[in-house]
Ligand binder design. Structure first.
Ligand SMILES: NC(=O)c1ccc[n+]([C@@H]2O[C@H](COP(=O)([O-])OP(=O)(O)OC[C@H]3O[C@@H](n4cnc5c(N)ncnc54)[C@H](O)[C@@H]3O)[C@@H](O)[C@H]2O)c1
Length: 336
């Protein structure tokens, strides 16, 4: 039996408690939150779970094997480090840390101690994103041209991070999972409409070798909620609309053909191809349930998590570079 302590029972924490409590190999021993009212809620729903405002008592509890961290980003590093140092496996919310340096330290600590450090990049565990990866892997899309996403709504302004760290982190984790290439540079622009607060709207472009490009538009100040991504390839294109109750993915057999010689561009002709559209059938299991099981399997088998600390670090590096670029009005930052 894997014994779990969960720190943070705000907006996301209850989803973690619910999903981990459904896994037969796990038992949630205790939940910690600074807010007593949140703890009363959990006591009412799960009377057998212990509650405390002191998260350190979970970290030092020898009965606990796993610490799950669902607190604000600025607290992830200190809590995760102390949990790893106490010999616990760690499941931490996205983004892993506030800086790449902190993420590197956590990765080193986990690897040195042979502990699982898993980052909750939830989208990687959705049936839609897994299907997109299959379609790309099988070559159905042809050469990859672009990834273009809009992720906007009237969102909660986070006090400690800008909108890129809250929303673009999802696209970065999807991209990392579905694309076989890593970006070579990032450019970002963004602005805050509330004095002294982090940017609430941002546009981020990732450059790759060859003709591939990715662009994300993220915004906490939009009148409607949109979660739509286009992925263009030379043979087919995908529209992924996460708000669609079914048919989240549509695959279009549309594209262009360029006829004519490369030497004489004036004579090349663009031909348009419009074929069928299909919507693949997708599993309906909740992503967090799939992810919780994957995390438990990694602890039991010692295999690498799909979204381990190294993946979390890669994402934090891009977020950090994007924030740097944003402070210079979009000046690209190159990755080595
Ligand atoms: N995977 C996802 O799709 C997803 C979705 C939403 C949020 N998140 C992530 O979850 C994390 C938390 O976000 P949220 O929206 O739930 O925030 P929140 O503010 O609603 O909840 C955070 C909770 O942590 C508690 N807390 C803070 N410091 C603590 C400490 N030292 N000990 C115990 N409790 C403490 C607070 O009292 C609060 O109840 C963030 O990293 C966020 O990015 C992930």
């Amino acid at each position: 039996m894997i014994k779990i302590g969960i720190i943070g029972y705000g907006y996301w924490g209850p989803n973690l408690v619910r999903n981990f409590s459904e896994i037969s190999e796990c038992r949630i021993i205790a939940v910690s939150d600074l807010n007593e009212a949140r703890l009363r809620l959990i006591k009412a729903r799960y009377p057998s779970i212990e509650t405390t405002t002191d998260h350190q008592s979970l970290v030092s509890n020898p009965d606990i094997d796993v610490i799950i961290i669902a607190t604000p980003v600025s607290t992830h590093y200190d809590i995760a480090l102390s949990a790893l140092q106490a010999g616990k496996h760690v499941f931490v919310e996205k983004p892993l840390t506030e800086t790449a340096e902190q993420a590197e330290r956590l990765v080193a600590e986990a690897e040195q101690r042979n502990l699982v450090l898993h980052v909750d990049h939830t989208f990687v565990y959705t049936a839609a994103v897994r299907k997109i990866r299959d379609l790309i892997d099988s070559g159905e899309l042809g050469d990859l041209y672009y990834y273009d996403s809009v992720r906007v709504n009237l969102g909660l302004f986070q006090p400690d991070v800008n909108v890129i760290w809250d929303l673009a982190v999802h696209d970065l984790s999807i991209l990392n999972y579905v694309f076989p290439f890593a970006p070579i540079a990032v450019s970002a622009t963004g602005i805050s409409h509330v004095p002294e607060k982090p940017a609430n709207i941002a546009f981020l472009t990732l450059f790759f070798e060859n003709n591939l490009i990715a662009h994300f538009h993220v915004n906490w100040l939009a009148p409607v909620k949109l979660r739509r991504t286009l992925i263009g390839g030379s043979r087919k294109m995908i529209v992924f609309d996460d708000l669609e109750p079914s048919e989240k993915i549509k695959v279009y057999d549309k594209g262009i053909t360029v006829n004519g010689s490369k030497d004489n561009l004036y004579k090349s002709l663009i031909g348009y191809r419009t074929g069928d559209m299909w919507a693949p059938q997708l599993e309906i299991t909740e992503a967090l349930r799939v992810e919780a099981q994957h995390f438990v399997d990694c602890i039991k088998s010692g295999k690498r998590s799909l979204t381990d600390g190294r993946v979390g670090l890669m994402v934090v590096r891009i977020l950090e570079a994007a924030t740097q670029s944003m402070s210079k009005r979009g000046q690209p930052v190159e990755f080595n």
